[in-house]
Design a protein. Structure first.
Length: 518
């Protein structure tokens, strides 16, 4: 009988001693040369780097975007959050799609959709077009992300190489996310905020060509159909929840539209959970999430992302609006976070091999919690050093958590369900990041707005900064000083909330994660 490897090539069958001389297909690592495996891994990691870059590249473009299109704070949050929101809503389904379509095909299709949506965003003339374009980029990312981890775990089934490959994957995504403000800042200064969209197009095209050349195709046998109703319930439930969080400061936390949105979100997400227990092929199997190595690590990843990406959004605004740096200068000052995150990702595999995931996950969450407490001490006159300290500490802790948690989730999922494990990993991180930006941005608005009520600039710090540019002295100095104080009050409050979230995750991980090495 002819047997085919995941590359689509005919191979000889391998003896299976457990079957008394029977023959089974050779596993992927027996038919792919190491050089080819690592070349494919580099291409895959370049894709995840691009997704990380896309997620944060517009953070430093907010003031420039405000001057050009005049969006509200809520619209800015939607531009930032639209990417992660669509990604989180679609990833449970695209994990199954990846298994059916083929992992390389999904990777290539995701890059193509990202590139096309980015080109549309670059030509937008209204805020709603930006939100829609960011949503399109999120849809492409939803195809691409499960494919990346599935390809890596298929390429590297052995625990040692797999840990190193996942560390590379974690570092690539994290460094891409932290490099976004640097790249975006330079592009805004040299060109405009539109270049923050155009920058994704050439790498997407290059990634497609490279994937077709060096990444082998693979798919899961017997992949089931996607339950469209589950996808609709999860996606609309998340949209309703994030809409309510973002709009609460402006409309009122107890206003009828906001309360209705919270109620709709609760009903839809409960219905989604109940449906997963009934359908034959759920998009998010609950029995898998009940396993401590999967469920608790997914929670840890979500809570870490909640704190980190929300704080990155706010500190980037702080560097520009409070400390007065240009977009490029602000972007450069976020680089220490990327370097520290890469260092944490590199430090994680040896700890995983010796101690299992519990120690690096708990330690990383504790370190991240400490970083948010550092951030909560900043004031309008403290300068860059407290922000730098936050970045170095938070980045290293996040690198530990992301690598250890991802390896634990992927290692606990059967190889033939790699795309599902990737979907669990991706959706928890993106939901956490999405809620982090929404919640911390809303806290910022809610805390700062009362302090700006007496200003002629209006009720938001973005309005105050924009109006200050048109005022003569000393009115300009008064408006700027008041806006800075209001912003810092919101930032420090959000940092305390982020610390409480990650501390809770650390306690849960300490109490319930397995103590033995994986």
């Amino acid at each position: 009988m002819t047997v085919f490897d995941p590359c689509g090539e005919a191979i000889a069958a391998c003896p299976d001693p457990r079957a008394g001389g029977g023959r089974t297909p050779c596993p992927p690592h027996r038919c792919w040369a190491p050089a080819r495996r690592w070349a494919a891994a580099l291409v895959v990691c370049s894709g995840i780097f691009l997704l990380g870059l896309d997620f944060t590249v517009l953070n430093v473009a907010v003031p420039d975007l405000q001057r050009d299109l005049g969006p509200s704070v809520a619209q800015v949050q939607w531009v930032v959050d639209g990417y992660a929101l669509v990604l989180a809503g679609l990833v449970p389904a695209t994990g199954a799609v990846t298994d059916r379509l083929g992992r390389r095909r999904a990777f290539v299709a995701g890059l193509a959709v990202c590139g096309a949506a980015a080109a549309w965003g670059a030509s937008s003339s209204h805020a709603w077009q930006l939100v829609a374009a960011r949503g399109g980029m999120g849809a492409g990312a939803a195809l691409l992300m499960p494919a990346t981890l599935s390809i890596i775990t298929t390429l590297f089934p052995e625990p040692g190489p797999r840990r190193r490959a996942i560390a590379l994957w974690t570092a690539a995504g994290g460094v891409g996310g932290m490099a976004g403000p640097v790249v975006g800042g330079w592009l805004v200064e040299v060109f405009s905020w539109r270049a923050g969209f155009w920058v994704a197009v050439p790498p997407a095209a290059a990634g497609i060509a490279a994937a077709l050349l060096v990444v082998p195709e693979s798919r899961a046998a017997g992949a089931g159909r996607v339950d469209a109703r589950s996808v609709a319930l999860s996606a609309t439930g998340l949209v309703a929840l994030v809409w309510a969080i973002i709009e609460s400061p402006a409309r009122g936390w107890t206003s009828p539209p906001v309360l209705t949105a919270y109620g709709v979100a609760a009903v839809l997400l409960v219905a989604f959970t109940r449906r997963q227990a009934r359908v034959r092929v759920p998009v998010l199997p609950l029995p898998l999430l009940r396993r401590p190595r999967i469920g608790l690590n997914a929670v840890a990843l979500a809570m870490m992302s909640f704190g980190l990406y929300g704080a990155l959004f706010l500190t980037t605004l702080h560097l520009q609006g409070v400390l007065g740096h240009s977009p490029w200068e602000a972007g450069v000052r976020t680089l220490p976070l990327a370097v520290a995150l890469a260092a944490g990702a590199v430090a994680a595999p040896p700890l995983l091999a010796r101690r299992g995931e519990r120690m690096p996950v708990v330690a990383g969450l504790a370190v991240v919690t400490g970083s948010f407490m550092l951030l909560s001490t900043v004031d309008a006159s403290s300068g860059y050093p407290p922000v730098l300290a936050f970045q170095l500490v938070a980045g290293f802790g996040a690198g530990l958590v992301a690598t250890a948690g991802t390896e634990a989730v992927m290692g606990a999922v059967p190889p033939d369900r790699a795309a599902l494990g990737s979907a669990i990993n991706d959706v928890t991180r993106q939901v956490g990041a999405c809620l982090g930006v929404a919640v911390q941005g809303s806290v910022l608005t809610a805390v700062s707005a009362p302090r700006l009520r007496d200003l002629p600039a209006g009720a938001t710090f973005l309005d105050a900064w924009a109006a200050a540019e048109r005022l003569p002295e000393p009115a300009r100095a008064r408006v700027v000083a008041t806006a800075r104080e209001a912003f810092v009050a919101g930032l420090t409050t959000a940092a305390v909330i982020a610390a409480a979230v990650t501390l809770t995750a650390a306690v849960l991980a300490w109490c319930f994660l397995p103590r033995a090495a994986a």
